[in-house]
Structure formats: structure tokens, C-alpha cells
Ligand binder design. Structure first.
Ligand code: DX5
Ligand code: ZN
Length: 221
């Protein structure tokens, strides 16, 4: 187990060869597999739903890190737990009763994550950070893979790290969107523990090598 984790995002995989791509991740240095569920309402795109997740879970040997970009996530928490999700991340912006949602996720045995859109300030987590297992900072606007990394993310990670330390929270920090070999090391140096990478991994020539490279960049101190 390495200290910092790479989570390839299956959204950038070839869906016609999903089993092959899930097995590629099984054979790689990645410890988590990131799975984006989009409903076309919370975000302007639809990815895939439960039957596809079921197939992914059947073949994957990695920790399943499920990122819900959907409205009303509460009604599906048990379903995602039954499908084999290990971490369930909901968006702050989609949860009017966030504290209740976090408790409901943890009651199933899954780890609870909270994602923040690029426009959402870290300070909204002041009163929940001690209940959260993971904070996902969106480094692009959610909805699509292959977008450009938003540079303001670095300062948000520093602010989140400060909040976590001040409150003595155990929350991990995950970065999602536009992660490449040019920003991976700096993200870790400002406090991130988990890096999601979609296009950079799946559009590369040698995907296993790309994951290995990110893994090394994320663990140089
Ligand atoms: C975007 C998704 C991301 C996406 C990242 O809404 O949450 O997980 O797959 O893709 P890349 O790494 O291509 O930006
Ligand atoms: Zn995601």
C-alpha cells in the first residue's frame, strides 16, 4: 500500500471493451477505480447507471470509488452499497441535508465522500469535516472528461488541508479533473492524497506505464 493513491476514471475507458479496461486497471499500480455516475440533471451529461456499475464491480479487484453527480442521491445509497461501492461521494451542491446523507452512507459500511464544485468554498465544510471520510475537490466543472485543470485548485487544497488539520479531521483529499503528469506532484505537495485521472490514463499509448508514472509522481517526497 502506498501513501498516495491513483484512481483511474472509467469514464474515459472504451465502453465497447469495458472488461478489458477494468482488467487493465486490475493489473496496474492503481489502488482505486473511480466511477462517475451522471444523471443529466445535476450535470449536463449522462454517463451510465446501475447495470453498468454491476458489470464493472464483477470484474474489478480494486476499491470502487463511486462519484455521484446526481440530484437526490439519498434515494440510491443502499443500492450503491449493494452494488459493491466502497466509497460513495455525493455533491455538497446536491444535498440540502448533507449531515443526514453522510450518516446514511456510513450506516451501510461505505466510506462517505463529499465533492465540491469549483465555485464552492471550502468553508462550507466547517461543520461536517469531522464526519466526512473524503473530500473530493473538483478541478474542472463536473460533467465531462478531458477538460483543462483549473489552477485555483491548488489554493483550495491548501485551504482544505488547513481546515482538516485545525479540526483534527481524518478526511482524505481527492482531486478530480484534468490531472496529468504536470500537476500531480504539486497537488500532492499541497495536501492531496488521491488523484483521479481519466483521459490522461486512457488516452495514453501505454496505460499501465502512465498509471505507474502518476503513482511514482504522487509518492516522491
Ligand atoms: C468529471 C468527472 C471526472 C472525469 C475526469 O465530471 O468527475 O472523474 O472522469 O476526467 P479527466 O481526468 O479526463 O479530466
Ligand atoms: Zn469523478
Amino acid at each position: 500500500m502506498s501513501l498516495n493513491i491513483i484512481a483511474p476514471s472509467i469514464l474515459a475507458a472504451d465502453f465497447g471493451n469495458l472488461q478489458r479496461d477494468v482488467e487493465m486497471v486490475n493489473n496496474s499500480a492503481a489502488e482505486w477505480l473511480h466511477i462517475d455516475i451522471m444523471d443529466g440533471v445535476f450535470v449536463p451529461n449522462i454517463s451510465f447507471g446501475m447495470p453498468v456499475l454491476k458489470s464493472i464491480a464483477k470484474h474489478s479487484k480494486k476499491i470502487l470509488d463511486v462519484h455521484l453527480m446526481i440530484v437526490n442521491p439519498d434515494q440510491y445509497i443502499k443500492t450503491f452499497a449493494n452494488l459493491g461501492a466502497n466509497i460513495l461521494t455525493v455533491h455538497y451542491e446536491a444535498c440540502p441535508h448533507l449531515h443526514r446523507t453522510i450518516q446514511a452512507i456510513k450506516a451501510t459500511g461505505m466510506k462517505a465522500g463529499v465533492a465540491l464544485n469549483p465555485h464552492t468554498n471550502i468553508n462550507v465544510l466547517e461543520d461536517t469535516i469531522n464526519d466526512i471520510d473524503l473530500v473530493l475537490i473538483m478541478s474542472v466543472n463536473p460533467g465531462f472528461g478531458g477538460q483543462t485543470f483549473i489552477e485555483n485548485t491548488f489554493s483550495k487544497v491548501s485551504q482544505l488541508k488547513e481546515l482538516i488539520e485545525r479540526k483534527r479531521s481524518k478526511a482524505q483529499i481527492e482531486i478530480d479533473g484534468g490531472v496529468t503528469d504536470t500537476n500531480a506532484k504539486k497537488l500532492i505537495s499541497v495536501g492531496a492524497n488521491i488523484l483521479v485521472a481519466g483521459s490522461f490514463v486512457f488516452k495514453s499509448e501505454n496505460q499501465i506505464e502512465t498509471i505507474k508514472k502518476l503513482q511514482q509522481l504522487a509518492n516522491i517526497h
